[in-house]
Write a protein of this length. Structure first.
Length: 353
């Protein structure tokens, strides 16, 4: 099937069939042009009550996801909507597809998804959109032509820069560093790592050497083993940077009881409650995160605003998000929550999530 044919005047329905048959490569999705709403936004429309929104996080057994969706539940309570939570037990690329298909059959109004793979979920998400379901990606984006908006926790650029800044400070400016990521397909981690690599390529960071990117798959045991493997393979390693709450907690746990404690720094993105013990025992000097509950909360407000016709996902549209205030949709349907917080021994006890 040539791209020329795909980009020709084919109907959205035919594109869906092609996408379903043809796998999940970037080109398939690019060819679809998405299911962009052609209706104009009506910012004055009343927020609909009874909106059924289902949250589909990367995986269910991750404390970070639990906090995220708790914010969605709170917001749907405020909005008099119906909250639902479904999801796989692992974050592998295609693990969410069957859940999306079920949510379509159940005629949900909105699907909130933290995508395990930007493309694997696309054919199903676009089927949902054809059925009138609004799609709010949060935390980890789906390809932009198969969702209406994306709730980004902070700017991708800002998070990537922060990771390198942390590594630089903790290494004293030079030496070997390694990244312990989530799954190899995770949209969010991969976007942050891309920015980090560009930062590392700058002359001012020439002293830092990225020796390996390991993948713990957001599985505690696998992340623990990968951390151990990094330290065995690279005896001069100075910093493990883990841009995942599962990875950083597992790496800190390993380092805290090993001979590397005090010699190898662990940093990245973690929840204060999971990291508190490792900050107190000196294993971890600093790490960062946003409040995950706010992501779910913002996603729910965006979902109801979409379903109510207040926004359509276009740049410049505005909506209200309860206690978080007013938000404006940015480029490519992206809605940025706000800057992350850095946690250390001085402030960690002020946070409880
Ligand atoms: C893990 C997940 C999630 C990411 C956080 C920082 O819990 O990979 O997607 O946003 O870490």
């Amino acid at each position: 099937m040539s791209r020329r044919f795909l980009t020709g005047a084919v109907s959205a329905g035919l594109v869906l069939v092609l996408a379903a048959c043809g796998g999940t490569t970037k080109n398939d999705n690019a060819g679809s042009g998405g299911q962009q709403s052609t209706a104009a936004a009506n910012p004055g429309a009343a927020a609909k009550e009874g909106v059924k929104m289902a949250f589909l996080p990367k995986q269910l057994n991750n404390p970070y996801s639990d906090i995220e969706v708790s914010g969605g539940k709170e917001a749907l309570g405020e909005l008099k909507g119906e909250y639902k939570l479904v999801g796989p037990n692992d974050a592998s690329a295609s693990s969410q597809v069957s859940y999306i298909n079920t949510l379509i059959q159940q005629q949900q109004d909105v699907i909130g998804i933290a995508a395990n793979d930007p493309n694997a979920v696309c054919p199903s998400l676009n089927q949902a959109r054809s059925a009138g379901i609004k799609v709010v990606a949060f935390d980890s984006d789906a390809a932009k032509d198969c969702r209406d908006v994306f709730i980004n926790q902070a700017t991708t650029q800002g998070i990537g820069e922060q990771l390198v800044k942390q590594a630089k400070e903790l290494s004293g400016g030079s030496g070997e560093i390694a990244i312990l990521s989530a799954t190899p397909n995770a949209t969010n981690q991969n976007a942050w790592i891309d920015v980090a690599k560009k930062e590392l390529a700058k002359p001012e960071n020439a002293g830092l050497k990225l020796v390996k990117i390991a993948y713990g798959n957001d599985d505690d045991q696998k992340s623990f083993q990968e951390a151990q493997g990094l330290l065995q393979s690279f005896p001069n390693l100075k910093v493990i940077v883990s841009p995942t709450t599962v990875g950083i907690a597992a790496a800190a746990r390993y380092v805290s009881t090993s001979s590397y404690k005090g010699k190898v720094a662990v940093t990245g993105l973690g929840t204060p409650n999971q990291m508190r013990a490792f900050v107190k025992d000196g294993t971890v000097k600093q790490f960062a995160l946003w409040n995950p509950a706010d992501i779910g909360y913002l996603a729910a407000y965006a979902g109801v605003a979409l379903k109510s016709g207040q926004i359509t996902g276009k740049q410049g549209e505005k909506f209200k998000a309860g206690k978080l205030g007013d938000y404006t949709i940015g480029e490519n349907g992206e809605i940025v929550l706000g800057p992350p917080t850095t946690f250390d021994a001085n402030n960690i006890d002020k946070f409880n999530f």
